[in-house]
Design a protein around this ligand. Structure first.
Ligand code: CA
Length: 438
């Protein structure tokens, strides 16, 4: 687990003035990675680091020769069109690169040594999915979400008996993972209406979002060699936001016995920026398990995990309907919660994922599952906030929603703040629903 070091010092300021504005997502203490190019250009995509309202272009930084020594091989990988090479290098290289970038961006760098030519305004860039995702897994680690949704799907048996013993997950589709600003057509599929004798086929009627974090695997493991819980975080490059769009009517009909299939595979949207595990070090918290609940089996148990396995990350979901856009009204907040409520930690998810010998590879993506909090207002999906579509939400401006309509956009946001540390943010994960294809 990463320690607090000079890159986290709250007094650090950058010569990029916008990074010093209170409440900014990307102060010099954050330094998240994305893959970008100038909007609409034919430039190659390459790695970049967010600083204030600018991107620090890793290809330009590498070309400048300003990064030498231990971090030099890392900046070469960060300049590539995907971050898989950087992810494969491991925490020592990631840390060396972070330190080098932090030092290049500090306020005390003399005027004539500042790499101003390596900056591109955030407002002028577009993003790519930051790595070639070999495999995408989605977990199910919020006991509140599992209970709320389970109650709707199975009123007599909301929480399956395995939930408190293992981090439940399923293998999702990597091919339909898209970066923020993804627009996708409402899926069509089979659903079984209540009381009907046979299913109907057509556009999804109960389209939902899911408020999740994405975990980017850094270094992988060899097939057959599990990752122990205390080594797990050394294999994680960082976290992003993730929206696991879900077709609830299709899901309800298809999910037994093998779990979600087409109800989840049509689109998954991620935020472009990956906040590294090192940047998150100041915001760690204890991971706890209620005494009344089953305690983890040995391969999921660790003192370090108990002490620092959790992360205090505030998360929010917002909706912007086409009506709001027409009225020039801002988006409306749907819910807010916190990742510290997760029933299983990141280290436990990774240890469980590999315990049978499954190999993870650099650039694999693991969704945390919808992160709902303990109160009804903290539901991480519309199915929870509307009690399965029975109680419509009234949005600012008077519109109502049970599930998503065509033209709706959903934006996820997240940030960390703690006394004695500078607030860091994740940027935005936004996606928009287009009408179903004919
Ligand atoms: Ca999910």
């Amino acid at each position: 687990m990463h320690r607090i070091n000079e890159t986290h010092a709250p007094e650090l300021r950058s010569w990029v003035g916008s990074a010093n504005v209170k409440g900014c997502d990307f102060p010099i203490q954050n330094l998240p990675f994305a893959v970008f190019r100038r909007c609409g250009s034919s430039e190659p995509f390459r790695g970049g680091v967010a600083i204030g309202d600018q991107v620090f272009d890793m290809r330009a930084v590498q070309a400048s020769g300003a990064i030498q020594g231990e971090a030099a091989p890392a900046v070469a990988h960060a300049a590539a069109s995907t971050l898989n090479g950087l992810m494969a290098m491991g925490p020592r290289a990631w840390s060396a690169l972070r330190l080098a970038i932090s030092r290049l961006l500090r306020e005390e760098v003399p005027q004539d040594e500042r790499l101003t030519d390596c900056l591109v305004p955030l407002s002028e860039v577009e993003y790519a999915v930051p790595a070639r995702i070999g495999d995408y897994t989605d977990m199910y680690t919020s006991v509140h979400h599992a209970t709320n949704v389970g109650r709707l799907f199975r009123p007599d048996n909301p929480l399956m008996p395995n939930f408190k013993w293992l981090p439940v997950g399923y293998h999702g589709r990597a091919s339909s993972v898209g970066v923020s600003e993804q627009r996708f057509h409402r899926p069509r599929g089979q659903a079984m209406p209540a009381g009907a004798q046979q299913p109907v086929f057509g556009p999804c009627q109960r389209l939902d979002y899911e408020l999740e974090l994405g975990i980017w695997v850094g270094t992988g493991n060899a097939l057959g060699e599990p990752i122990g819980i205390d080594e797990a975080e050394r294999h994680i490059f960082g976290l992003c936001l993730l929206n696991d769009w879900s077709a609830r009517d299709i899901q309800a009909w298809e999910y037994q016995p093998l779990g979600p299939f087409l109800s989840k595979s049509f689109a998954t949207t991620i935020s472009p920026w990956i906040v590294t595990m090192e940047a998150l070090a100041p915001y760690r918290c204890a991971w706890t398990r209620d005494d009344q609940d089953p305690q983890p089996l040995p391969y999921l148990e660790s003192q370090a995990n108990r002490e620092r396995g959790g992360f205090d990350i505030a998360i929010e979901a917002w909706i912007e309907t086409s009506g709001m856009r027409e009225r020039n009204a801002g988006p409306a907040r749907l819910s807010s919660s916190n990742f510290r409520h997760a029933y299983w930690s990141i280290a436990q998810m990774l240890a469980h994922h590999t315990v049978g010998g499954c190999n993870l590879q650099p650039g694999d993506l693991i969704g945390t599952g919808t992160q709902s909090g303990p109160t009804p207002q903290e539901g991480g999906a519309l199915i929870e906030l509307t009690s399965g579509g029975r109680q419509a939400l009234t949005l600012e401006g008077g519109e109502t929603r049970t599930f998503l309509q065509d033209g709706d956009a959903v934006a996820l946001r997240a940030w960390c703040e703690r006394e004695g540390a500078i607030r860091i943010g994740f940027g935005e994960c936004r996606g928009e629903v287009l009408p179903a294809r004919d």
